[in-house]
Write a protein that binds this ligand. Structure first.
Ligand code: ISE
Length: 334
């Protein structure tokens, strides 16, 4: 039987997920597209050929013709909707972050513990990106020796209106928090946060520079520049004791002309991570089918860890000091 999927939220990612369900997930049916704006829901549903549209996410989760729920609504709705889906016994793919606060993440974890099984996959899609997969494999094969440092760059063309320095940490850098922890297979012990004050910038245009120490004593830095202007650009270099591994972004062509080589950047993350999204969503559908969570995918526990780092990061930025990252004990479910 096909799995009938509801997509909740039709912003940039919700619309993209609806398209992926239809185009790339042969075992899935796009049953409902839901958004508080009925007009937006209808537009996406029509474009993708969804069976139905709706505006009330809780009613959608309760529907008997919905088997699984993909949550891509605003960040502050993720925890409540995830808990409602767990209580309705429907597996969830929840866009990152799982929740804006660690206490809300722990509420989701508690709901899973009450259900007695894993039901949440968090949309940290970079874990499925072939270049990060290769970086992780290169560490594990020992080719660059023991990993020591990881440099990360995360650049968007232009921050949306109202995007703050803190959101650069909670919304953007949360990807690096998760993927560096996944690649290095460690937790973090501290985070420090800085903003360059060379050019006059408001909260929305300010860059953020983060330095993290891991419990295994690696150093990880993350530059977030959400007003880079030139393109969407994510880079990473892992430095080991015997060499280094660079992340290679897929680049489908380079123009050589007039003594110049020209490469193009995407305007946002969707083309850069298209394959990662496809692989992630396929693994989620398998999880829906079998009840077996993917060992690669981020769990609610991983979602909690990323939010704990982000919470400490925002504190580090506002208080101007290094903040320790303390996690609760990991429940046996994970
Ligand atoms: C956005 O929410 C995402 O999830 C993108 O992957 C990320 O690159 C961007 O910085 C975020 O704002």
């Amino acid at each position: 039987m096909s799995n009938r999927v509801a997509v909740i939220g039709t912003g940039i990612m919700g619309a993209d997920h609806a398209r992926i369900v239809v185009e790339d997930l042969p075992g899935a049916v796009l049953q409902v597209v839901c958004d508080v704006s009925g007009e937006r829901a209808r537009a996406v549903a029509e474009e993708c050929g969804a069976v139905d549209v709706a505006t009330d996410p809780f009613a959608v989760i309760a529907r008997s013709d919905v088997d699984a729920v993909l949550i891509a609504s605003p960040d502050d709705t993720h925890a409540k909707l995830s808990i409602a889906a767990i209580q309705a016994d429907k597996p969830v793919l929840c866009e990152k972050p799982l929740a804006l606060t660690t206490s809300d993440c722990l509420n989701v974890i508690q709901a899973e513990k009450n259900a007695g099984r894993r039901m949440i996959q968090v949309g940290f899609m970079r874990r499925f990106d072939p270049s990060y997969t290769k970086m992780k494999a290169d560490i594990e094969s020992g080719v660059v020796g023991q990993p020591i440092m990881m440099h990360n760059f995360h650049r968007n063309v232009k921050a949306p209106a109202g995007f703050t320095g803190s959101m650069s940490i909670t919304n953007s850098a949360s990807h690096e928090f998760d993927v560096a922890r996944f690649v290095l297979n460690t937790e973090y012990s501290t985070i420090s946060a800085f903003q360059p004050e060379i050019i006059e910038s408001d909260q929305c245009t300010a860059q953020v520079f983060l330095v993290l120490e891991t419990t295994a004593r690696h150093l990880v830095n993350v530059e977030v520049n959400n007003n880079a202007t030139y393109g969407y650009d994510v880079r990473s270099e892992l430095v080991g004791e015997k060499g280094s591994v660079f992340l290679n972004a897929p680049n489908h062509g380079r123009i050589n002309t007039a003594l110049t080589a020209i490469e193009h950047y995407p305007a946002d993350w969707r083309p850069r991570f298209a394959e990662a999204y496809r692989l992630q969503n396929k693994s989620w559908l398998e999880f829906v089918d079998t009840g077996e969570p993917s060992p690669i995918a981020a769990s609610a526990w991983d979602g909690y860890c990323a939010t704990a780092v982000a919470e400490a990061g925002v504190k580090a930025l506002t208080e101007g000091r290094k903040i320790a990252i303390d996690l609760v004990e990991k429940p046996s479910l994970y």
